[in-house]
Design a protein around this ligand. Structure first.
Ligand SMILES: [Zn+2]
Length: 445
């Protein structure tokens, strides 16, 4: 059935903003984009802009309640051990509870697609339930190929029912310091979309290239250094390409920027995570100039403060301008493009989502700037990026269906379940050990 949505502005991304714009939807796809005079008013949103849903190119939904864990710790091993120890205090049901809150937070922030790296696979369940489009990259770690692939197969089997045309499986060999080259090769042979973390920090680069530096002391936690950066190691074995998305890419030499661009590798730019962990500011402008397929990701509250995609896009603008010491190096419209079609390209989903165009999936967000200092408006992209927030998202549609409407979500239920999981993680480890010694019944939630 044909449905029309209209607003003060429609931001197709491909093409100029349309004043008094409208989008017509049929069977989950966009059939027309134009003015409300041409297409009719349908459902009218006052003081609002309709835009493609944001595409979050790098997330970890199952870390939605990890906010503040290990914040400010300079010692990498201590930071990792805080996360490992707390993660060990919860089980499958809690992972799903947390991932549901993560998926809901994304929808509430106008996100309609995520590229999610999932340790347990819970993200697939959450995305399927809440109607969020996703590539869910199941994580693998270590040097031992058969052990890692067995773990991957187990996780995939557990969540296989959640995969569909909308929620697609992928594999995520975690990073070149936690995954051997042999395991990267085995993952590539699976023929699935692949996500990884590369060139995140100077300490990572120093360890990978020399085995020394701040991480040299933790060699027993890591795979042996390959004596090359992740980008060069993967490029050498022809493991980069359009099927791959690499998160972070902060510490890059010119030849690595060129390699990422020429191989068509997706790059997920995560400026808040990179800032919070003290990793640096990625060379976004250089990557764009080289023609890299670059998008934007929030990472997760394990490192960035939230899944708030507006905050992430503001950080994209601010860090790019601060790094270049120029205000004209990246516009709000550029950031909006990076967070929609840019991310869709990086995830290999640009034929389906990322712009408002006939034939594409009807994945869109409605953002109200009512009551803000950005109205009346002549520049909706700047208003949405600088004035937008999850509180201003009126509705989020995936496949033409409202998956989030302001005030209509089961927030209390979702947050209560996720907070109970966080409480379990914060319990002192001694209490958990005692409970385990007393028998499994006490451990049950
Ligand atoms: Zn990550």
């Amino acid at each position: 059935m044909n449905k029309v949505l209209s607003a003060d502005w429609v931001l197709p991304i491909e093409g100029a903003p349309i004043e008094n714009g409208a989008v017509a939807i049929e069977d989950g796809r966009i059939v027309a984009v134009g003015t409300a005079d041409e297409l009719g008013e349908g459902t009218r949103y006052a003081d609002s802009a309709i835009m493609p849903g944001f595409v979050n190119a790098h997330s970890h939904l199952e870390y939605a309640v990890y906010g503040g864990f290990g914040d400010g710790l300079a010692d990498f091993a201590k930071w990792v051990s805080v996360h490992i120890q707390r993660k060990a205090q919860i089980g499958w049901d809690e992972y799903v509870d947390i991932a549901r809150l993560g998926a809901a937070s994304c929808l509430a922030s106008g996100v309609t697609t995520v590229g999610d790296c999932s340790y347990s696979g819970a993200a697939a369940v959450a995305c399927a339930e809440l109607g969020l489009r996703a590539n869910v990259y199941l994580e693998v770690f270590g040097a031992d190929v058969s052990r890692a692939l067995e773990g991957f197969a187990r996780t995939r089997d557990r969540v296989d029912d959640s995969f569909s045309d909308r929620v697609r499986p992928g594999v995520s060999p975690h990073a070149p310091y936690s995954v051997s080259l042999e395991l990267y090769e085995a993952c590539a042979e699976l023929g699935l979309p692949l996500a990884t973390h590369i060139s995140e920090s100077p300490a990572e680069i120093e360890y990978l290239t020399t085995g020394r530096g701040a991480w040299g002391a933790y060699a027993d936690l890591l795979v042996p250094p390959p004596c090359a950066t992740g980008t060069r190691m993967l490029a050498d074995r022809e493991l980069l390409g359009p099927n791959v998305i690499a998160a972070h890419c902060v510490v890059l030499e010119d030849d690595e920027i060129e390699t990422l661009a020429s191989t068509g590798t997706g790059v997920a730019h995560c400026p808040r995570s990179n800032g919070a962990l003290g990793c640096g500011v990625a060379p976004l402008t250089e990557l764009r100039e080289a023609g890299a397929r670059i998008g934007v990701g929030t990472d997760s509250p394990a490192s960035a403060p939230s899944f708030d995609f507006f905050e992430e896009l503001r950080s994209v603008v601010l860090t790019a301008r601060a790094r270049a010491q120029r205000p004209d190096v990246l516009s709000a419209a550029d950031a909006l493009e990076l967070g929609t079609i840019g991310s869709a390209r990086a995830l290999g989903l640009d034929a389906e989502v990322g712009t408002l165009a006939p034939g594409k999936r009807a994945d869109l967000a409605v953002v109200s700037l009512g009551g803000s200092p950005y109205l009346p408006w002549d520049d909706p992209a700047t208003a949405v990026i600088f004035g937008g927030s999850p509180e201003r998202v009126v509705a989020t549609f995936v496949d033409g269906e409202a998956r989030y409407e302001k005030g209509g979500f089961e927030w209390q239920e979702l947050t209560a379940a996720a907070h109970s999981a966080r409480r379990a993680m914060l319990a002192p480890p001694e209490a958990v050990a005692l409970a385990e010694a007393a028998g499994p019944s006490l451990r049950a939630r």
